[in-house]
Design a protein around this ligand. Sequence first.
Ligand code: HEM
Length: 115
Amino acid sequence: MEFVRLLLVFLHLLGMGMLVAMFFVQMRVGKDGPLNKGWLHGAGLQLLTGVALVALAPLTDKEYDHFKIGVKLLVLVVIAVLVAANVNRQKVASWLTPALAGLVVLNVGVAVFWT
Ligand code: HEM
C-alpha cells in the first residue's frame, strides 16, 4: 500500500509541476490568446490524486489534517471554476494567469508550511 501512496504523491507532484508549467505556457501565449487546456488537466490530476490520497489514508496508515485538506480543496475548486469559466474564451483577462498561478503557489504553501 505504501507504494500506492508514493505513486499518488509522485503524480500529485507532477500535477503541481504541470500547473506551474502552465503559467509559463500562458505567459508565452500572451493575453490575446486562449487559456490552455493543460490548466484543466493539471487541476483534474491534483483533485484525483489528492482525493485518492485522503480516501486511502486508513489503508496507508496516514492521518491528514482535514481542515488543511478542506482549504486545499477549496483553493483547487476556485482554480477549477476560474479555468472552466474561461477555457472556451478567445482571450483571457490579464488578471487570470497571475491569479491562477498565485492560487497554485498558495496551495503549495499550504501543503508545505501547514504542519
Ligand atoms: C493546486 C492544487 C494542489 C497543489 C499545488 C498541491 C501540492 C501538494 C504538495 C507540494 C504536496 C507535498 C507536500 C509535502 O510532502 O510536504 C502535497 C501533498 C498532499 N496533498 Fe496536495 N496539492 C494540491 C491539491 C490537493 C487537493 C485538492 C487535495 C485533497 C483533496 C490534496 C491532498 C494532499 C495530500 C493528502 C498530501 C499528502 C500526501 C502524503 O505525503 O502522503 N492536495 N500537495
